[in-house]
Design a protein around this ligand. Structure first.
Ligand code: SAH
Length: 347
């Protein structure tokens, strides 16, 4: 099938078939990438407009009881100084961000049961009066905790499924299952959270067919937000000697997801800008409408080392916002002045 025919099919059906996705991912001609990016940019413009939503992320603990084989903060990495940011500092950091006009805060950590349901609920309650939307991303927890946090005022939850291939999932996450991860997403949705999910591109053992399945799976999941980033090997993990995910392939996947999920919030992820200095800009040019500056207090930032050479390790929040403002001006895009809830909600 020619590229023209594939896009004719897309325009009639608003989806690609699995085979079309595999072919598009496999086809590494620059023209193909250009076309996918161009179409994704059109769809982003049409459904999401020119506004870019800024979500400030606070990585508040790098303690983790899991041993995911790609992740640098997994419990078996002995070469890492572990930290927990005191609750009052987390809350202050969020208030500062709100003062700068940030409209969403994302609280992320390893799976750290030191932060009990009640403790996190208190943190959420203390941030809520800022008026910011609050996203939690702390992994798989009991339904009772998810409920407590929702009642405390949490709006959204980010839990990536990482890969939709359950064999690969089990291989990468000893002792965990895709089934359980998806069950958590189901519970979160039932409790009324806006759901964020996503997966990594270029995981060792991941084929183009699996990536096509990931895209189709994501579409069926209909998340309000999806984070897609390249896998980046961390030397102190079992996958430390693997090759990183390909940036172009990751950008292509991002653009295809924009085409398959026209109204989802899609960030140009930190992993993209960590592998390529223009990654963020290219993401925004190819379907993305969200940026997630890292506003973790600087002394902790480099310790949340899920992968090495993470972008935005040293800049103050003021510098980060300034860089974003400059980039967006350059690109003729603007910072959103609403909270950026899911598409069907009014604010
Ligand atoms: N504990 C939380 C947060 C995990 S870290 C949870 O379970 O959801 C946030 C995300 O970082 C993960 O979902 C994963 O997609 C990504 N990540 C972790 N290690 C990575 C690596 N080596 N390369 C790229 N992305 C990685």
């Amino acid at each position: 099938m020619t590229l023209e025919k594939v896009f004719d099919y897309y325009k009639q059906n608003k989806v690609f078939t699995r085979q079309q996705l595999v072919d598009l991912l496999h086809d590494d001609r620059p023209d193909t990438w250009d076309r996918i990016t161009y179409e994704a940019d059109q769809v982003r413009r049409k459904y999401m407009g020119n506004a870019v939503h800024i979500r400030g992320i606070i990585e508040f603990s790098n303690h983790c009881f899991r041993n995911c084989s790609y992740c640098g903060i997994n419990r078996n990495n002995p070469n890492l100084i572990r930290y927990r940011i005191p609750p009052e500092v987390i809350v202050d950091t969020a208030w500062e961000a709100a003062g700068k006009g940030i409209k969403t805060v994302v609280l992320q950590s390893g799976e750290d049961l030191y932060f009990t349901g009640e403790m996190l609920a208190d943190i959420v309650r203390s941030i809520k009066p800022t008026g910011m939307a609050i996203t939690l991303s702390v992994g798989e927890r009991a339904e009772a905790d998810y409920r407590l946090w929702k009642e405390a005022g949490a709006d959204r939850y980010l839990l990536k499924f990482e890969t939709s291939n359950s064999k690969l999932y089990t291989h990468l996450h000893p002792g965990a299952s895709l089934h359980k991860r998806l069950y958590c997403l189901e519970v979160l949705r039932r409790l009324g959270y806006q759901i964020g999910s996503g997966f990594m591109v270029g995981l060792p053992g991941q084929t183009e067919e699996m990536l096509a399945d990931d895209i189709i799976f994501l579409q069926a999941l209909k998340p309000d937000m999806a984070g897609i980033g390249p896998f980046i090997p961390h030397p102190s993990t079992p996958l430390g000697r693997s090759l990183p995910g390909n940036v172009t392939l990751s950008l292509k996947v991002l653009a295809l997801i924009r085409l398959m999920l026209p109204t989802a919030h899609l960030p140009a992820t930190t992993a993209l800008s960590s592998l390529h200095q223009d990654g963020r800009k290219q993401g925004l040019n190819g379907g993305a409408n969200v940026l997630m500056p890292n506003i973790t207090p600087i002394q902790y930032r480099k310790l949340y080392e899920i992968y090495p050479h993470k972008a935005e390790i040293m800049q103050s929040p003021a510098e980060l916002y300034e860089n974003i403002a400059q980039l967006l001006t350059q690109m003729d895009r603007e910072i959103a002045n609403d909270v950026g809830n899911n598409w069907t909600m009014s604010s």
